[in-house]
Write a protein that binds this ligand. Structure first.
Ligand SMILES: [Zn+2]
Length: 311
């Protein structure tokens, strides 16, 4: 499962730090020239400017140097973590690390208190963030917990995700396609009916004789917008159901493309994936990428990034 929270991007210089965290180790740099300890990761020693640094494992014992309690999320993605104890920890080696203090009650947080590291697994891929906690707490490794685990399922087996459960909502945005829907045949009769309804009776759609001779497709093709609305006839089994909202609104589309034609008499089917979940003052926005294909064609005929707004 993914997280939509912004994650640190390891650079060539800082990569050993992040890699060590994955292995539940804290490594910081030490200068071979003056023995000084250095954090954040750099190419040179911040004490003597030498370029001769080595990565050394340390046990992470330290003290709380400073902190602030953020009660308003610094970004909407963090609203499930409120209040957040944004902390600066001073390690025994003297370097200071920006981090978060976890599992300590507000009234127990004291400047100078002894702290130790927590290797917090934040994705199922083992991506690890360095937190700190009180020295008397368990510390060590905090295993990844799938936010969808333990949620109820309905009769169709869909996991029930309350709109208020941000962590679970974010976990839905895994960019994985559902299975294929049922199929629908797009025949000339349907295309003609849509031409009449929409007023778009261009010969490319409605004149099979002329299309046979003049169209590059050698046959009539369905209107892109017809295929788009046919998604209502395709039953796509989403693995989840969002619950606990007051209203659900079709908010439109972020992207609508018709990359491949649908020749008359084609059979179509569709699938979808959750591309994004985002929060705004309007509510929770779920972006569902709908793809409709002609059966057997790898290239989609419709790509529609549908935005659904829950509030
Ligand atoms: Zn040095």
């Amino acid at each position: 499962m993914a997280t939509l929270k912004p994650m640190p991007a390891a650079t060539k210089i800082s990569a050993p730090f992040w890699q060590a965290l994955k292995e539940n180790k804290l490594k910081i740099q030490q200068c071979n020239s003056c023995d000084g300890w250095i954090f954040f990761p750099r190419n040179h020693c911040s004490h003597c400017l030498a370029h001769d640094l080595d990565w050394k494992q340390v046990n992470g014992d330290g003290i709380l140097y400073s902190y602030t309690l953020a009660r308003i999320p610094t970004m909407p993605e963090f609203s499930d973590e409120m209040p957040q104890a944004l902390a600066v920890v001073e390690l025994a080696q003297g370097v200071r690390i920006n981090t978060t203090l976890i599992d300590v009650a507000e009234e127990d947080i004291k400047i100078g208190m002894a702290v130790k590291p927590v290797f917090d697994k934040v994705t199922s891929d083992g991506e690890t963030l360095l937190r700190f906690t009180a020295v008397n707490n368990a510390g060590g490794v905090s295993d990844y917990v799938d936010p969808l685990e333990g949620l109820e399922r309905n009769e169709s087996g869909q996991v029930q995700v309350p709109v208020s459960n941000l962590a679970a909502l974010y976990a839905l945005a895994d960019n994985k396609f559902t299975g294929w829907s049922n199929t629908v045949v797009v025949d000339q009769e349907l295309i003609n009916a849509f031409a009449e309804l929409s007023g778009d009776d261009y010969w490319l759609h409605t004149d099979p004789e002329r299309a046979k001779v003049e169209s590059p497709f050698k046959t009539t093709i369905a209107h892109g917008s017809l295929v788009q609305v046919l998604q209502s006839r395709l039953t796509i089994g989403l693995p989840f159901e969002i619950t606990g909202f007051k209203t659900m609104v079709n908010y439109g589309s972020n992207r609508l493309r018709f990359p491949a034609p649908v020749p008359a008499s084609s059979t179509i089917h569709g699938r979808s994936k959750v591309k994004d979940i985002s929060m705004s003052h309007k509510g929770v926005q779920l972006t569902l990428e709908m793809n409709i294909h002609v059966l057997g064609n790898d290239k989609p005929s419709v790509i529609n990034d549908l935005v659904i707004l829950y509030r």
